[in-house]
Design a protein around this ligand. Sequence first.
Ligand SMILES: [Zn+2]
Length: 309
Amino acid sequence: MGSKNRAIIVILSLITFVIQGKGQTGAGQETIEMLFPGGKTKALILSFDDGMVADRRLVRLMNEYGLTGTFHLNSNKLGTKDYLAKEEVKNLYKGHEVSGHTANHPNLTDLSKIDVIYEVVEDRTELEQLTAYPVRGMSYPFGNTNDFVIEAITGLGIEYARTVGDTYNFSMPTDFLRWQPTIHLFGKTNYIPNDTANDRRESGQFYQLTNDFLKANSLALFYVWGHSWEYEGAGNKWAEVEKFFKMVSKNPDIFYTTQIGLVDYSNAFKNLKFSVDKSMVTNLSSINVFIKMKGKAFNVEAGRTKRIL
Ligand SMILES: [Zn+2]
């Protein structure tokens, strides 16, 4: 073996020694995990589209059970038949989030870029007048989107947009502009008319997921979406809605949040500034952020620097 090779081996051994040494003594290998506010591990989002008059009953029921919702509205439909009046938007949704769903509910993937931009900006402008706060998210009409639509809405102040591609799991979205919910409320029950076997299967799966969420012990986001108008008409669907609300309400382990609330919290976590050895962290946001490291939970208060090791 030449002296050159020996030198390389010595250097490699040194590097290995340093890397291993770090792992044993420092926090290098400890991953920092996000917890929800209050150190909770469960979050629930309830989100409903279209802003039709049945939202009145839905919101009343949610308020009764202390639940928070995100409501996606089509501003140009408000005031027309079966839709809410513009004047009631602000009061009805107090304590909930009003979000966009485009002005006229077109299929965005069929439109030219200028029309996609119009639909989103027009909706935002009108809803902001009605609610008196910036409207920063939306859901896609019919759940349809693609790269073209996402490019068109980039830069329009939309920080999240929901599809209808249910995941049937509790993971956090990896891309807020392609946000897939967990499941439609009651699954695809009633999607196929007069198919009771399918209805039983779908609602069984929905309640199974609800129970799995309530029992989950790692970070879990349960995102349920739907439309209030689905619960009108024949059958006892409102009672079913109430049964579900009862199951998930007033649970101290759950962070009840709007969609934008979760986006803001997740961004605050991602913007935490850690020292290289992870012993110190600065939270520049206005939100208290809860994290877990080495099995311990920490509250990193808004605007503070904290020593965590
Ligand atoms: Zn819709």
